[in-house]
Design a protein around this ligand. Structure first.
Ligand code: PRX
Length: 652
């Protein structure tokens, strides 16, 4: 065996086989893994979606570009709305919309959603939007956002959704890169009791977007916002007098490979990449994974993906996957702690949520606040829990299962990316024995491996680079307008394989454990140590809610580990605690991983989607000026951490 590219130190022995009652009723049984890859995607392509014209060939693969379901004609909005209403399911709730201001609730059925989409699509048509017109969407988490996306899909107009928390500058970059002609936005949004000035930001952005000729402004808070004559029109004006009859605005028959949307991943330093997703493969991938991974029973489940639609998680598992499957979802506008820290659990109880999908960062926030908030509510409707977005520390996984999942629900840790479009590594809840911290197995039809620097597969237990070895339907069709960057970023490091940029290891059972971004790996005395393992060892201590580690230069060991630690609610930071935590890491995973410094901090710097920004922590640890902080959720956090870090001596 070759030297592992990343060492693995943490041994997690806990195992959770699926409960028998769950397995018996599960959508996926163990034999799903036996279906040959092409047969699997052929079947899903034929059965899970409705075609205007069936596809004639499954796959064309010319690395790095795949084409799926060629020759077919299909429309995403038709699959998400019309066909359900035609099948008599119009009265089913598509979204339970819960506004952030307490008491603002509005269930919206499939029929109502279809009517809204048709009216808006007719209005957009009147503005000259048609097949191929690029449309930007900059809205908050209300029903208007899926309506906007689906109206575009109905007309065949590709969209890019820009997260409502992004600045004017970020919005302008994206609108210009995609050459958007139309912007759909709203007056303001709500966030933690404050308003977010969406239209104001949009106006600022549009000063440098000459290509945008019309702006449609939805009304959420009904604040007075300036309207530019000739350019801006309110949503109510847009839809006034427009027919809501589906026949008045037939769904554009799209080729399978027509562009559905771009979603920009905010590169931490470089220009954002417009990740392209096309129509049929993306829809089949999102809907198929949604059906099997979340075991969706559309007539009884209430599904809640608590992400923002501005991220790919929301595209695939709030909008396209669930609606294609005829699911009932919760759509929540606000933050988990407004007005109180039990807001989520109130929502679960109120709507009888059965499946909850969230991120480790949210779970760790709830851990920090304490389980008493969940305990005030009846969570017995829940039957399945999921996570996505970062490696999950085993203790956070266990906390989630125990305090939210009554210590009995399956937890699915799903690994994927904006670029993959759909869940790629995941347990199947009725089949897989779960392990806290492991994303376990490739989804049926997906082939993944862990390789070393030379692209050779690393044996069981060894850490290395996660790669994907064959195409999948929802895979990105490239970076918009930048073929070279697409090849260089994902396809050149290991010829013939997609390089995800993540470290991982495979254990003796063939289960995958994610080790974080490879750029974050630390090198201590020649040992390549992943951040997640040291962080998980820290979070394993009962006083710790959250931890982030990074390497700083050290003359003796190459790099030394610096840990940033957030303690649980009532715990006090102290010199004794420093020693306790250092020793805890030494016992848990070995003295080599003992942090040289520990900095206690009430918050960690995170991106707006909740990922810890270790790059900035490295700047702090190295006492360098801070790099780009514009993608931080709260830029003040890092300055405070820097002050604390300076005050903290290193271990001898
Ligand atoms: O590093 C991995 C991490 O999130 C990255 C993808 O981020 P993004 O494109 O924003 O999409 C997030 C939602 C799909 C991955 O390269 N990541 C995502 N899920 C997991 C994860 N890391 C470990 N375990 C996961 N379950």
């Amino acid at each position: 065996m070759t030297d592992p590219a990343i060492e693995t130190l943490l041994a997690e022995e806990r195992r959770y086989p699926p409960p028998e009652e769950f397995s018996e009723q599960a959508n996926a049984k163990a034999d799903i893994y036996d279906i040959p890859f092409e047969e699997f995607w052929e079947r899903e392509g034929r059965e899970r979606v409705t075609w205007f014209e069936p596809f004639s060939s499954l796959l064309e693969w010319e690395l790095p570009y795949a084409k799926w379901y060629l020759g077919g004609k299909i429309n995403v909005a038709y699959n998400c709305l019309d066909r359900h209403v035609e099948a008599g399911l119009g009265e089913r709730v598509a979204y339970y919309f819960e506004g952030e201001p307490v008491g603002e609730r509005a269930p919206i059925t499939y029929s109502q959603l279809l009517e809204e989409v048709v009216k808006s699509a007719n209005g957009l048509k009147a503005l000259g939007v048609g097949k191929g017109t690029p449309v930007g969407i900059y809205m908050g988490m209300g029903p208007g956002l899926p309506v906007a996306m689906l109206a575009c899909a109905r007309l065949g107009a590709p969209h890019t959704v820009v997260f409502g928390g992004f600045s004017a500058e970020a919005l302008a970059d994206r609108l210009n890169d995609m050459r958007c002609e139309i912007l759909l936005t709203q007056d303001e949004g709500w966030r933690r009791g404050q308003t977010v000035p969406l239209k104001k930001n949009a106006d600022e952005a549009l000063e440098s977007c000459p290509g945008v000729r019309k702006v449609v402004v939805g009304q959420r808070t009904r604040a007075e916002v300036p309207m530019t004559k000739g350019r801006d029109i309110s949503w109510s004006e847009l839809v006034e007098g427009q027919s809501s009859d589906a026949a008045s605005c037939p769904c554009e028959p799209m080729d399978s490979e027509d562009l559905l949307y771009l979603l920009y991943t905010s590169g931490t330093t470089a220009k954002p990449k417009g990740i392209a997703h096309t129509t049929a493969g993306y829809l089949v991938g999102a809907a198929t994974t949604h059906h099997y991974v979340f075991d969706l029973k559309p007539d009884t489940d209430v599904f809640w993906c608590a992400a923002d639609i501005g991220w790919v998680t929301g595209h695939s598992y709030i909008v396209y996957g669930p609606l294609c499957n005829g699911a009932t979802s919760v759509l929540y506008e606000g933050t988990p702690d407004f007005p109180d820290k039990d807001r989520w659990w109130d929502i679960v109880e109120r709507y009888g949520v059965t499946i909850l999908y969230t991120a480790p960062t949210a779970i760790r926030a709830h851990m920090k606040w304490g389980p008493e908030h969940a305990e005030q509510h009846d969570l017995s409707s829940l039957r399945l829990l999921g996570t996505v977005g970062e490696p999950i520390n085993p203790e956070a996984w266990i906390w989630y299962r125990e305090h939210i999942g009554a210590d009995r629900l399956p937890v699915v840790d799903t690994w994927w990316q904006t670029e993959t479009g759909m869940i790629m590594l995941t347990p199947l809840p009725g089949v897989t024995t779960a392990k806290p911290g492991a994303a376990t197995k490739p989804f049926p039809g997906v082939e993944a491996a862990v390789v070393d620097d030379r692209g050779q597969e690393v044996g069981p237990g060894g850490g290395g680079y996660l790669v994907l070895k064959r195409p999948w339907p929802a895979m990105t069709r490239g970076i918009f307008g930048d073929d070279e960057r697409f090849r260089a970023t994902y396809w050149e490091r290991f010829p013939g394989m997609y390089f995800a940029g993540d470290g991982a290891r495979v254990d003796e059972d063939g289960d995958f454990w994610l080790l974080g971004r490879v750029d974050d790996v630390m090198n201590v005395s020649g040992h390549r140590i992943s951040t997640i393992e040291v962080e998980s060892a820290l979070v394993d201590h009962p006083s710790v809610a959250e931890a982030a580690v990074c390497g700083r230069a050290d003359s003796l060991t190459g790099q030394a580990i610096v840990a940033f630690v957030t303690l649980k609610g009532s715990e006090e930071a102290s010199v004794e605690m420093l020693d306790v935590l250092r020793n805890h890491v030494a016992v848990k995973i070995g003295p080599i991983a003992k942090p040289a410094n520990i900095v206690f901090t009430p918050e960690l710097p995170k991106t707006r989607s909740g990922k810890i920004m270790r790059r900035l922590l490295r700047d702090v640890a190295e006492e360098r000026p801070l790099g780009d902080t514009t993608t931080l959720a709260d830029p003040t956090v890092v300055a405070e951490i820097a002050d604390r870090a300076v005050a903290q001596p290193a271990e001898e």
